[in-house]
Design a protein around this ligand. Structure first.
Ligand code: 5GP
Length: 204
């Protein structure tokens, strides 16, 4: 069995359905730790500190940054988002797989620091469908929606940097694709150790 967990990074435009796919998939995937990010953005209705995000002031975020507490961070549409390092490293060291949900800048930083990370891109069927989803969510001002669309365009252009691409047109298929990626990565032969081989060879 592998000694170190696998790091999965899920990236895709805001509104593309990353959270929805994760929530639907996670009950069927044992041993996958989801990293809760820190952010300076305002809570949306129903969001809870420590559940969707750790909500912080810009000063608090700055303190985390300067004390080297973040694995990566990025500015996104006027706010900061970052991944607390320790829980991620601890989970990986315990042999647990870890899932990060990041925008493109952060995803690239993680790939640079940890090149073995498995990069998964979630694409919308079309940009106009993405815009429709962002509007129907009703959580962002018109100005923020436009900025999120601009970022989405940039992110989609980077799709080839990713190991896997899921088009979230039909949720059930997107969830199935996501689970397949995790399952397939877990059974790669590179995780077989000499001890495993010795065990396979053991005569009854
Ligand atoms: P939202 O405001 O819609 O929750 O998130 C905006 C964007 O920031 C999404 O693309 C989301 O995946 C991304 N994001 C969430 N947490 C982090 C993080 O820790 N680091 C980075 N770089 N992006 C994040």
């Amino acid at each position: 069995m592998k000694q170190q967990g696998i790091l999965f990074v899920m990236t895709g435009a805001s509104g593309v359905g990353k959270d929805t796919i994760r929530h639907a998939a996670l009950p069927d995937i044992e041993n996958l730790y989801f990293s809760i990010s820190a952010t300076t953005r305002q809570k949306r209705p129903g969001e809870v500190h420590g559940k969707q995000y750790y909500f912080h002031s810009k000063d608090e975020f700055q303190t985390m940054l300067s004390s080297d507490g973040l694995l990566e961070h990025a500015e996104y549409v006027g706010d900061y988002y970052g991944t607390p390092t320790k829980p991620v490293k601890d989970a990986l060291a315990r042999g647990e797989d870890v899932l990060l949900e990041l925008e493109l800048v952060g995803a690239r930083k993680v790939k640079e620091k940890m090149p073995e990370a498995i990069m998964v891109f979630i694409a919308p069927p079309t940009l106009s469908e993405l815009e429709r989803r962002l509007r129907s969510r009703g959580t962002d001002s018109e100005e923020k929606i436009q900025k999120r669309i601009v970022r989405a365009r940039e992110e989609i252009k980077a799709v080839k940097e990713f190991n896997y691409v899921i088009v979230n047109e039909l949720l059930t298929k997107a969830v199935r694709d996501f689970k397949s990626i995790i399952y397939a990565e877990r059974v790669k032969s590179k995780y077989i150790t000499q001890q495993d081989i010795a065990r396979f060879l053991k005569e009854l």
